[in-house]
Write a protein that binds this ligand. Sequence first.
Ligand SMILES: NC(=[NH2+])NCCC[C@H](N)C(=O)O
Length: 272
Amino acid sequence: MVENMTALGHIAACQKEVSDSVIHILNEGRMCLTIGGDHSCGIGTIDGHVKVKGNIALLWVDAHADLNTNATSSTGNIHGMPVALLAKELSDYWPYLPGMDWQQPRLSIRNIAYIGLRDIDSYERLVIDKFSITAFGMEDVERYGIIEVTNMALRRIDPNNNLPLHVSFDIDSLDALEAPSTGTPVRGGLTLREGIQIMEESYRTQRLSAVDLVEVNPRLGSPSDVRITLEAAKHIIRAASGYSRRGHSPENVCDLPQQTFPSVSTSAHNSK
Ligand SMILES: NC(=[NH2+])NCCC[C@H](N)C(=O)O
């Protein structure tokens, strides 16, 4: 048994299936949307994405860095560890993990960027600094604005603009007032509009090939909390699918339906 990793056996088996499903969908040339579940889902989705596309760029949109190992985590929750499991540079910091042989850390830290951070554990801070991980916290969003932050992040993780893009979106990146039904809410977060803008910018790259929307938990909070959180999640997913807030004209149509005025002989007015 591995110390300080709750439900490792269950998560390992489940994430193997998630990875296989992502591989199947991407191999059919489709974009892959995964709805969590907690953020341990990212272990499977990103593993599958990397297995199909090789090198990818990853935007991790989250209040938390999810960068603990079992040796640094204060909770033992695996949803606080996925990025550390995925990063090549951190592979030596893990013990052997039974059931996880299918997953090799294949992603370079150079291709990972965070947006929305505001609740970072001390060892996570150490890792971010030690490996110079691209990390935009809420203070950067305030300083530069979300569109600039998103584009700076994209340029850092994909300087040549040619990598397939994965956005792993934790609903707790949004302010707790915008998305209350989640396990580890943190105030002072992104507005829903900023979350939508991250997705719109990501979609605009034309290389967005996989999206995770995780940590929505309808068992938490009041019915109104649940409704607000689900609505927020739907807006994020719509933006990731190319929905534009400017609206969309109907396809292959360039005019409104023409309507003809009834001719005089058939009109009710003249028929008596
Ligand atoms: N996916 C999440 N909600 N992660 C929260 C992680 C919280 C804390 N840093 C931990 O490691 O347990």
